[in-house]
Design a protein. Structure first.
Ligand SMILES: C[S@@+](CC[C@H](N)C(=O)[O-])C[C@H]1O[C@@H](n2cnc3c(N)ncnc32)[C@H](O)[C@@H]1O
Length: 266
């Protein structure tokens, strides 16, 4: 098999960044709707926004739901049927109706413009190719109204070479132990790309009842590289902060970078 053949065409190898059933179940246990410190940050940044907002790769609705509950008009798309099904369940349980579509960053399309587009929790890093990332930024730009804002959170560069395994456990409602073991299997410093194998497991009475492999492929952007890419896609008023703390500049210990940019008003 030639080494250049993309993972996605190899038989029996999971499509990268699939977010399947066990991944969704654990996402919901680990990050239920309304969790994580970015929620008050986004509520604050979006207060008073007129017109529809788009959350790209909306997932389980972790952020979408508190935004809807605050009275904002938010729509979302995601490529994972499992994550979207969870989002629909969470919305229904709260009597919320949301416009949700199955689509990818690379091909989403709406027939109207948005006042703001959000890409929280470093999900943009799951676009693992530079040219594709640039094309998606242009697609965001073209889906914003004049003066509309793009808010994107990215992992800092240090994540590219982090080789520490990620091992965590949770207890499901029925008492099963759910476990993830994630390891970097490929770090490409030239393409700024990293692949991890995340093994999801369900343990019952000390026996492995189920397991799933998620192949996760990321591209890590340099800070100035991303600012230049936003400008190349047509954005202005580009700012970057850190850790969802307004006014905090990025530094050595930053855990997440918070970019904001505007489609020029005219
Ligand atoms: C870390 S979760 C974030 C979910 C949600 N935005 C949140 O803040 O909790 C990443 C999401 O990106 C979705 N995703 C991954 N690659 C995608 C792509 N190419 N197009 C659309 N969605 C994608 C996954 O299905 C998953 O729901």
């Amino acid at each position: 098999m030639p080494i250049t053949e993309p993972i996605s065409v190899r038989p029996n190898v999971p499509v990268p960044n699939r977010y399947g059933a066990m991944c969704t179940e654990i996402y919901d246990l680990d990050k239920p709707p309304g969790s994580l410190p970015d929620v008050p940050f986004y509520l604050d940044r979006l207060v008073g926004t007129q017109g529809p907002i788009l959350e790209a790769a909306v997932g389980t609705g972790r952020l979408l739901i508190p935004l809807l509950e605050a009275g904002l008009e938010v729509k979302g798309f995601d490529q994972s049927p499992d994550m979207l099904a969870s989002c629909r369940r969470h919305c229904a349980a709260r009597g919320l109706s949301a416009d949700l579509q199955q689509a990818r960053f690379q091909d989403f399309a709406y027939d109207h413009a948005f006042s703001a587009i959000l890409v929280p929790v470093a999900t943009f890093n799951l676009i693992d190719d530079f040219a594709e990332g640039l094309a998606v930024l242009k697609r965001f730009h073209d889906h914003l109204a004049l003066g509309g804002r793009l808010l994107i959170d990215l992992m800092p560069m240090g994540y590219l070479t982090n080789e520490k395994p990620d091992i965590r456990t949770w207890t499901a409602a029925n008492g099963d132990m759910l476990r993830i073991e994630g390891r970097a299997v490929e770090i490409d410093l030239v393409r700024q790309r990293r692949v991890t194998h995340d093994r999801y497991e369900r343990w019952r009475n000390g026996r492995l009842a189920e397991s799933e492999l998620e192949v996760m492929a990321f591209r890590i952007w340099g800070l100035a590289e991303f600012q230049l890419s936003l400008a190349a896609a047509g954005f202005d008023q580009i700012t970057v902060g850190a850790d969802h703390q307004p006014g905090r500049p990025p530094g050595r210990s930053s855990r997440i970078l918070n970019f904001e940019a505007r489609r020029p008003a005219a």
